[in-house]
Design a protein around this ligand. Structure first.
Ligand code: F3S
Length: 65
């Protein structure tokens, strides 16, 4: 699995990523998601895959490393 990031231009704060993979994503005070520092390469976790698939804005990106 590549490096994860949330595209701040696309994220609309649906928070499904946080609901599905709270160990990887956090929601800031404005309601937008970020990858928790240190969790950018969290491995091929089924929950992260679910979060990527379930973001309605397709805001969770995986950069090949
Ligand atoms: Fe944003 Fe998608 Fe999560 S819109 S809060 S990255 S589910």
């Amino acid at each position: 699995m590549g490096e994860l990031l949330v595209d701040g231009g696309r994220c609309q704060g649906h928070a499904r990523c946080w609901a599905l993979a709270p160990e990887t994503f956090e929601i800031d005070e404005e309601g937008y998601a970020h990858v928790i520092p240190g969790r950018e390469n969290s491995g091929d976790e089924p929950n992260v895959r679910k979060a990527i698939r379930n973001c309605p804005e397709r805001a969770i990106l995986e950069r090949e490393t």
